[in-house]
Write a protein that binds this ligand. Structure first.
Ligand SMILES: *Cc1c(COP(=O)(O)O)cnc(C)c1O
Length: 491
């Protein structure tokens, strides 16, 4: 399988090159040249391991089967995950796929436990003999998941940037207590988009690249724009479907609706890719919070980032520029890289772009977009707990709320899979408030307070985070980030 750029500005590349580069050097994202077809009729009998190996092999033809099997083993079967990697549980109207049974209690573990293995091998394969410097902009969860994934991986250094005040205290503590000699965490005075833009600029900066070269490094990204991040996510859509089949809720071949709480558009894009590969997914419901730029884009056909930025109780979805949407737009444009480049140039220059009529129609065929206001999110958490005894985190509650709106608007009666992206204990203050409780003054104790209130158990990743020593303390203005990166890498 070869990879091409969404902007038609790069040669066809092997997977290892796409993964080690992270993004296309001149701007643009790597996408597979085609979508291999895969839908085993006996899907309900297949394990996570079997699905992962089968899917990875189709896309990573420059890796050996033995390599991939070993990586799958290390990522999902060596004790980092609970016995069930991604259990599917039922509530009244839908099934919920819990993607937060990994080491950081957020769905990003599903990709970030595997991705470092793919990346280190990619850098080896592409020669160069350089170490990899990973830069990550995070709105909260990616940061810790990436730090855990890369911690003490030989040949890699990782620097994570997060917006000061833009992540929950628990998320911040998780990052600041990270061990691993090759990890650094930097608080940035700005919002997530500022962090992401700064990282993109550093990647594109020729002078920085030279300094890195001389220092024996190559930049790469663990953000969800890296193909090595995206690919592992396709697997769990198959796994979710397989679980529903195994539990007798569907027969192999039945169409399901999938609802995804969306921020950077990586998760839902993987669902779309699964659909392109032949997994019977009907509509993909794109659920947003008050930062509803995608809802508007789907409904009205133009992407307009010129709008206020809101901080919500689902901070990992507080995003105005959903980087991975570009890969989706590329498909909507029937893979016209020139057109795609024009649209994204326009987004850069003017803050918006419009889809033509065909693309708009194609978009609506795949996606249904909706958003949930903060009071609706809280009400959904409260109601779901009271009526079903099931605790939703605020991100998953956005999805559940939007699914209700989708049902009311369309009357769709396909079985539904809601993708759950975080443990409720990762956002305990918002959940406590939604349940009518007043969180105690010390934010570090909220998870225990929530556990005591519902008679549950704090996710192991969050247990005792307040008592761990703080190991990182850097904070910076946006414009100083390039210098800081050079300092941390000593180049
Ligand atoms: C990252 C994240 C999201 C958004 O996922 P994208 O792939 O960026 O759309 C949703 N919920 C949680 C808890 C997350 O960490």
């Amino acid at each position: 399988m070869l990879y091409i750029s969404t902007r038609g500005n790069y040669h066809e590349s092997q997977a290892a090159e796409a993964i080690s580069l992270g993004m296309v050097p001149g701007g643009g994202l790597f996408v597979p040249e085609s979508f291999p077809q895969y839908f085993p009729q006996h899907i309900g009998a297949l394990s996570y391991r079997e699905l992962a190996e089968a899917i990875l092999e189709k896309y990573l033809s420059d890796y050996t089967s033995a390599e991939l099997a070993q990586m799958v083993e290390a990522a999902y079967y060596s004790g980092n995950f609970d016995r069930q990697q991604a259990p599917v549980v039922s509530i009244e109207k839908a099934d919920i796929m819990e993607l937060w049974h990994g080491p950081t209690a957020a769905f990003k573990d599903m990709a970030l436990q595997l991705m470092p293995h793919l990346l280190v091998a990619a850098v080896k394969k592409t020669g160069g003999g350089r170490d990899t410097a990973i830069l990550v902009a995070t709105s909260g969860d990616t940061g810790k998941a990436a730090l855990e994934g890369f911690s003490d991986v030989p040949g890699a250094k990782i620097i994570v940037f997060y917006p000061v005040g833009g992540v929950s205290r628990v998320q911040e503590l998780q990052m600041l207590t990270t061990e691993g000699k090759n990890t650094a965490v930097v608080g940035v005075f700005g919002n997530f988009d500022d962090c992401q833009t700064a990282v993109k600029r550093i990647f594109a900066d020729e002078q920085m690249k030279k300094r890195l070269d001389n220092g024996g490094y190559r930049f790469s990204s663990a953000n969800s724009i890296n193909w090595g991040r995206l690919l592992p996510q396709i697997v769990y859509y198959y796994h979710g479907y397989a679980q529903m089949a195994a539990q007798g809720k569907i027969k192999a071949g039945d169409k399901i609706t999938v609802v995804v709480p969306t921020g950077n558009f990586g998760n839902i894009l993987a669902g779309y890719y699964a659909k392109k590969m032949g997994l019977p997914i009907g509509k993909l419901v794109c659920a947003s919070n008050q930062n509803n730029v995608l809802t508007d884009a789907i409904e009205k056909g133009f992407y307009d980032r010129r709008r206020p930025f809101y901080r919500t109780t689902s901070p990992s979805m507080d995003i105005l520029v959903s980087s991975n949407f570009e890969r989706f737009v590329y498909e909507l444009l029937e893979r016209d890289g020139k057109k795609c480049a024009e649209l994204y140039q326009k987004l850069d220059n003017d803050g918006l772009f419009a889809l033509d009529e065909n693309a708009q129609k194609a978009c609506k065929e795949v996606l249904w977009g909706g958003w949930a206001a903060e009071n609706e999110v809280a009400a959904t958490i409260g109601e779901t707990y009271q009526t079903q005894g099931y605790l939703l985190d605020p991100h998953t509650a956005v999805a559940a709320c939007v699914y209700n709106k989708y049902l009311a608007a369309t009357g769709d009666d396909n079985p539904c899979l809601i993708v759950s992206t975080a443990s409720p204990y990762k956002f305990p203050a918002a959940v406590l408030q939604a349940l009518g409780q007043t969180p105690v003054a010390d934010a570090a104790l909220h998870a225990e307070q929530l556990a005591a209130f519902v008679g549950g158990k704090v996710h192991r990743a969050l247990d005792g985070v307040a008592k761990k020593p703080i190991l990182h303390g850097r904070q910076s203005e946006v414009q100083n980030l390039p210098a800081l990166v050079a300092e941390i890498l000593a180049v």
